[in-house]
Design a protein around this ligand. Structure first.
Ligand code: AMP
Ligand code: TRP
Length: 344
């Protein structure tokens, strides 16, 4: 008990293996994780079990998992400071999902906005693809990801608030039904790090699903591609480099500049007072390339060394498994399961 206060808080976050990460992922998520590994006991999961809740291609999932791991490492996640693992490599996520699912009212899952959006998209798609039950249970699996590590803090984007509420509800429900077991995890939503918008439609979030290939800046894009995308970013017909609601294109470029250089918006406005949009875009391109090029180079090097990537993921999974096993043996005991197999 005495050294409880000296123990680091446990941070857990996960992301789906989407393949290429964009500037929004970097600013809104990965950059924060890299900072947090300095102060907390951190677990970062690549959630391949979540990835199969929508139609997918196995070979792509495998490739995207390696790509994501390599990009996280290239951004500065350090295997000596955090545990990065693949969800399906750690036993217990699915088992805890089952136990939590038995406590979770089905109506609460049917009301989840993300479930409704994804289900609608599937049924509207060509031919209407059927909706797997895994999609409905997605938020229970996410609760299990968090509770199995008894995490204190969970860095997530705004869109995950409803899922976080469910994780807390299920923790509470387990604690009430059996006995106090889980901490109630807190969502950690970074205050800084503006929402990065699409370069082609600055009123929509930068996103991988953007139909327009010029809308998103990927960290593994080559400098030429990054420059081309930024130079062709949509702006208004004015010429003043000023942050304003009605100038969403130029404001987005100012946010990007501010995020990658750590300069304030007002410093950027004064630096570019009287300059043309073209000159400003060129400076934004230089700044983004300066940030992303070392990451791309490191990424390419890591992708040629699968054995190293696997060794990092193996070590991460072993650390995650140790913590997960502790929670799962408690959970199984409290649920009334008999353990006739572990050595006593
Ligand atoms: P996604 O794969 O789109 O769910 O993104 C994973 C995480 O990246 C989100 O939870 C956010 O924290 C962050 N993120 C994604 N897109 C953006 C964006 N356009 N601007 C800022 N953060 C973003
Ligand atoms: N649902 C999250 C997203 O789409 C990913 C995720 C799965 C997650 N399990 C998690 C995030 C556990 C935090 C903690 O962004």
């Amino acid at each position: 008990m005495e050294n409880q206060s000296l123990q680091k808080k446990v941070v857990l976050t996960c992301a789906q293996p989407t393949g290429k990460l964009h500037l929004g992922n970097y600013i809104g998520a990965v950059r924060q994780w890299v900072k947090m590994q300095e102060d907390y006991e951190c677990y970062f999961g690549i959630v391949d079990m979540h990835a199969i809740t929508m139609p997918y291609v196995p070979a792509e999932l495998r490739k995207n998992t390696y790509m994501c791991a390599a990009q996280y490492l290239a951004c500065g996640l350090d295997p000596d400071k955090c545990s990065m693992f693949i969800q399906s490599n750690v036993r217990g996520h699915a088992e805890l999902t089952w136990i939590l699912a038995c406590l979770c009212p089905i109506g609460q899952l049917e009301r989840m906005t993300q479930f409704k959006d994804k289900a609608r998209k599937l049924s509207e798609g060509a031919g209407g693809v059927s909706i797997g039950s895994g999609l409905l249970f997605y938020p229970v699996l996410m609760a299990a990801d968090i509770l199995i590590y008894n995490a204190d803090l969970v860095p997530v984007g705004e869109d995950q608030k409803q899922h976080m509420e469910l994780a807390r509800d299920l923790a509470q429900k387990f604690n009430n039904t059996y006995s106090p077991t889980f901490n109630l995890p807190e969502a950690y939503i970074p205050k800084t790090g503006a929402r990065i918008m699409s370069l082609q439609n600055p009123d929509a979030k930068m996103s991988k699903s953007d139909k327009n290939a010029l809308g998103s800046l990927y960290m593994i894009d080559t400098p030429d591609v990054l420059r081309k995308k930024i130079m062709s970013a949509v702006t208004d017909s004015g010429s003043e480099v000023k942050f304003a609601e009605e100038k969403s294109g130029i404001s987005n470029l100012i946010s990007i500049m501010s995020s990658v250089t750590d300069k304030s918006v007002s410093d950027i406005e004064s630096e570019f007072a009287g300059k043309q949009y073209g000159a400003f875009k060129k400076a934004v391109a230089d700044a983004v390339i300066a940030k992303f090029d070392p990451i791309r180079i490191k990424y390419e090097e890591l992708m040629t060394d699968k054995a190293y990537l696997e060794s990092v993921l193996k070590r991460g999974a072993a650390a995650a498994q140790r913590r997960a096993d502790k929670m799962m043996s408690k959970v199984y005991r409290k649920a009334g399961y008999v353990d006739a197999i572990s050595s006593k």
